[in-house]
Design a protein around this ligand. Structure first.
Ligand code: FAD
Length: 389
């Protein structure tokens, strides 16, 4: 139907959700402007797993070749007992089938999307902080300038300006977990993703291109006392937090030279995702704990769905009324699964022994069965379900 051809779209936020939405709308003919508050499009030095469902969107946008150049295809996933250092099982991620599972540096993924946006004529305005947005299509920039568009998308993350306009105000809550994130350079980083699990804490590592290892180390804490959401922490504090773990993990953490500590905060899923000619997507609509590596992947899917629905409909209103009902059940399931992982990774006592025995048995006798449990997540290809054109 190509209805987007006649539309102007204003996107608040130049993160993964915003750039993907900008690109999807531009590919279907819309005139898109992305407003990003930062002086440049940049990302903290950390990795990101793009799972097959997110890869389907990259492929749908013709970015497969670049994704292979900048991302590393995942091979195995190995859960490890972080106390004894013993691997519990090994799962071959290439057996998932379908699209590849890749590891990216976040800056590379953002750069890939920004370059594609440029090539498609998306206007990306940096140093452009949106102060307010109304559901009827007007946004106000810091400084007072106003812009009107046929569609306004809030891809502005957990501190979204548009989310409270659609839902009323609520403060993000501390989830009781903190995460240190680091990237270390090493001659031969482990070629697989590893999940090191110990009571009350876990560490995920995976390789990035350029002989780098991405490290996310998570610990339960009763409160977050810092004033900001994340800050530079000392590597010694990180190393001390995992001092009772196996020497091999301590060696890896011993290589960390700089690290940032994040308080993991989130909102409940927003009750309302769209109103008038405005909609929220990505973390603005449904922030999730990172324990299923789906926040960015769900954002990629949201962006595609919004553009496809709008392109098939002569009225933005009609398209937006379907958006949340299509997306919400899948997002809720992903969030439930991530929350369950938060518990399962940190078990102690008998529950921990029983869980490890179960995982070991599954890994030995039916590794494919373990992977098939995620078919609903990784096997979903939104580009086939809902083509852009
Ligand atoms: C430790 C950790 C590990 C993770 N690992 C993974 C992973 O492996 N895989 C995965 O899929 N997800 C992962 N995630 C989640 C993922 O990072 C987020 O879900 C994803 O970045 C959300 O993208 P977004 O574009 O919605 O929001 P954001 O990335 O927050 O982007 C929002 C953008 O909007 C801009 N902005 C905000 N307010 C305004 C304003 N008023 N005006 C203009 N611009 C504004 C911001 O500057 C920012 O650029 C992880 C998260 C954490 C904390």
């Amino acid at each position: 139907m190509d209805s987007n051809k006649a539309r102007t779209v204003a996107v608040i936020g130049g993160g993964i959700a915003g750039l993907t939405a900008g690109l999807c709308f531009a590919r279907t003919g819309a005139k898109v402007t992305v407003y990003e508050q930062a002086d440049e499009l940049k990302e903290v030095g950390a990795g990101l797993q793009v799972t097959p469902n997110g890869a389907a969107v990259l492929r749908g946008l013709g970015l497969d070749g670049e994704a292979d150049r900048l991302g590393l295809r995942a091979r195995n996933l190995t859960p490890i007992d972080a106390v004894s250092g013993r691997p519990i099982a090994r799962f071959d991620l290439t057996r998932l089938g379908g699209e590849p599972y890749r590891f990216f540096h976040r800056a590379d993924l953002l750069g890939l999307l920004a370059t594609a946006c440029d090539a498609e004529g998306v206007r990306i305005v940096t140093s452009a902080r949106i102060e307010s947005a109304d559901p009827d299509g007007q946004i106000t920039l810091a400084g007072g300038a106003t812009v009107r568009a046929d569609l306004v998308l809030g891809a502005d993350g957990i501190h979204s300006k548009l989310r409270p306009v659609l839902n009323g105000t609520d403060a993000p809550f501390f989830t009781g977990q903190v995460a240190w994130r680091s990237v270390v350079q090493m001659p031969n980083p482990p070629a697989e993703a590893q999940i090191w699990m110990a009571p009350g804490q876990h560490v995920v590592t995976y390789p990035l291109i350029g002989n780098r290892l991405n490290i996310v180390a998570v610990q339960e804490r009763s409160e977050w006392a810092a004033e900001g959401w994340n800050f530079f922490d000392s590597p010694e504090v990180l190393q001390a937090a995992f001092a009772s773990c196996a020497p091999r993990l301590r060696d890896i953490l011993g290589q960390v030279q700089t690290t940032r500590l994040w308080g993991l905060f989130r909102h409940p899923v927003a009750p309302v995702w769209a109103k008038g000619v405005s909609a929220i997507l990505g973390d603005a609509a449904h922030p999730t704990l990172p324990f299923l590596a789906q926040g960015a992947n769900l954002a990629l899917e949201d962006a595609w769905v919004l553009a496809a629905l709008c392109n098939r409909s002569s009225s933005v209103d009609d398209a937006l009324s379907r958006y949340q009902s299509i997306r919400a059940p899948r997002v809720a399931r992903a969030i439930r699964t991530a929350n369950a992982n938060a518990v399962n990774y940190h078990l102690s006592g008998l529950k921990r022994t029983a869980a490890q025995t179960g995982l070991r048995t599954l890994g030995a006798v039916a590794p494919n069965l373990f992977l098939r449990r995620f078919d609903w997540l990784y096997g979903y290809d939104v580009t086939k379900e809902l083509p852009l054109r």
